[in-house]
Design a binder for this molecule. Structure first.
Ligand code: HEC
Length: 175
């Protein structure tokens, strides 16, 4: 499992789409273990995802350069620039143009995906990158993309491509 978490999201030929690590684990359950899939963001899936991720700790993010993934990253990049929600803000407006500044007492970080899944005190538990992205979306009062949706996977793929070379920190801890 060493290095696996550093490569996701990846293109899945079977379902002909990009999938993240939680979705890969579920695919393996269904196709190779004849087991039922776990609910996205369930404790079962988060714990197994964390266990896979910790084996890549310290390794550089190295997302796949598969041409099919490049199209996914491209869509994620467009989405990252798109304004959304009642506050009409894009991811880029906060994370690229205003990182380091404060938003209601919280410092806006750069949008690096390297620590996920992570334990957050605020959550009192583990959460995935998709949970983090949905939190940001509700922050701007946008309609949330569903867990496991192509939209969230595209954003994840874009963030991973920007983070290429950064060491994986998962499972990290944040306030
Ligand atoms: C209104 C400003 C704002 C917008 C718009 C926004 N975010 Fe965030 N984002 C934040 C803040 C503030 C935090 C840190 C929150 C905290 O620590 O509680 C954060 C955290 C994150 C993190 C976690 C970084 C880390 O080091 O753990 C990621 C990844 C992220 N955002 C991605 C996105 C993406 C992708 C979008 C677009 C869908 C987006 N954000 C939209 C303000 C924003």
């Amino acid at each position: 499992m060493k290095g696996v978490a550093a490569r996701y999201p990846a293109f899945d030929a079977l379902s002909n789409q990009a999938i993240n690590l939680q979705q890969r684990i579920n695919q393996c359950r269904v196709n190779h273990q004849q087991a039922s899939p776990w609910r996205m963001e369930s404790q079962e899936l988060l714990s197994l995802e964390s266990y896979v991720a910790i084996q890549s700790r310290g390794l550089p993010f190295s997302p796949s350069t598969d041409a099919r993934m490049q199209a996914v990253v491209q869509r994620g990049s467009v989405r990252y620039q798109q304004r959304m929600g009642q506050l009409d803000l894009s991811c880029a407006q906060c994370h690229d143009q205003r990182w380091g500044l404060k938003l209601g007492g919280t410092v806006i970080p750069q949008s690096h995906p390297v620590g996920y899944p992570m334990y957050r005190l605020e959550w009192q538990g583990m959460g995935s990158l998709q949970r983090r992205l949905r939190n940001c979306m509700s922050g701007v009062r946008a309609q949330l993309f569903a867990y496991g949706s192509p939209e969230l996977v595209e954003l994840e793929a874009y963030l991973a491509s920007v983070a290429r070379g950064m060491p994986l920190e998962s499972p990290a801890v944040r306030p």
